[in-house]
Design a binder for this molecule. Structure first.
Ligand SMILES: [Zn+2]
Length: 306
């Protein structure tokens, strides 16, 4: 990928003579060339890929679904909350300037604002129209005794799904349960009201599954999904406490707290954007837990610990 993390893993699952592709990578020439080289190397004819199941709609996971569907004639599976976002993506006009302003982010000149995602990603994002919509606990038979169980894990995105391959006990986790990094979980305008609460609940849920191997979208394959889920829950608990400490003495905006808690460059608009939304997700969870109060004054929202 032309950005960090620079590698996304996609997985091919065999069932008899057919194959299922889990996620696609971005639609860049390098990514497509790497994928086709693997098909040649392993000896998989394009038409043997009959299914394409995506964990979520992001550009590195679903970006090549359009071209690969044309190439292979595979049927495409995606959660409806993700499918919605592949379409609305085109109409997002740029950064939500008003939303950012309300949460304390300083305004910048129009040409310094974030570009619309459709312009930023351009041809890298070529999403397919899904043939099937995924739902929690769906079972997709792959043939030859294998199947995939769908585990809805909202948080990173509202319709994110993990996929448990049976009887092998291999868990494809997309961005939900990465071995080395934590995925972005932010409070987006027009998104779910408590994304971090959803994310943490999804980590409780994933611990109830039995799996012997975890296949993440970024980083190496590993064992013990429960241990990693507990680490991530703990990580966010600590971060939440750090934010609570920041708002103990006086009310502060999410932007202000983000600058204290995240190592970001204030003139990097993308970092400011991501960190502010991520801070908001934590502050909003603190508020729901009764540990913070939210106030709005002159169109600016602040949070204070109680
Ligand atoms: Zn993602």
């Amino acid at each position: 990928m032309p950005m960090r993390p620079s590698i996304v893993n996609v997985y091919l699952v065999r069932a008899g003579a057919t194959w299922t592709l889990v996620d696609t990578g971005m639609n860049t020439p390098a990514s497509v060339a790497a994928f086709r080289a693997v098909l040649d190397e392993v000896g998989i004819p394009e038409h043997a890929i009959v299914r394409l199941v995506a964990t979520h709609h992001h550009v590195d996971h679903f970006g090549t679904s359009g071209p690969y569907r044309e190439l292979t004639h595979a049927e495409v599976y995606l959660h409806p909350l993700e499918a919605e976002r592949t379409t609305s993506f085109r109409s997002v006009s740029g950064e939500p300037t008003e939303y950012l302003r309300r949460h304390g982010v300083p305004e910048v000149a129009p040409d310094a604002r974030l570009p619309p995602p459709s312009r930023f990603f351009g041809s890298w994002y070529a999403p397919a129209e899904p043939d099937h919509l995924l739902a929690d606990e769906d079972e997709i038979p792959l043939g030859d005794g294998r199947s995939v169980e769908v585990v809805w894990t909202p948080g990173h995105t509202p319709g994110h799904c993990c996929l448990l391959l049976q009887p092998d006990g291999i868990l494809f986790v997309g961005d939900h349960l990465l071995p080395k990094i934590t995925p972005h979980v932010g409070l987006w305008p027009n998104g779910p009201e408590n994304p971090l609460g959803d994310f943490l609940a999804s980590h409780e849920k994933i611990q109830r599954l039995d799996a012997r191997l975890v296949c993440p979208a970024h980083g190496g394959v590993y064992e013990d999904h429960r241990r990693r889920a507990r680490q991530l829950i703990d990580f966010h608990r600590v971060r939440k406490l750090a934010m609570l400490e920041e708002i103990r003495r006086r009310p502060r905006t999410a932007y202000d707290v983000a600058l204290s808690v995240f190592a970001i460059a204030p003139d990097n608009r993308f970092q400011v954007f991501a960190a502010t939304l991520e801070t908001l997700a934590h502050l909003e969870l603190l508020r729901r837990e009764g540990r913070a109060l939210r106030a709005e004054r002159d169109g600016v929202v602040t949070y204070q610990g109680r």
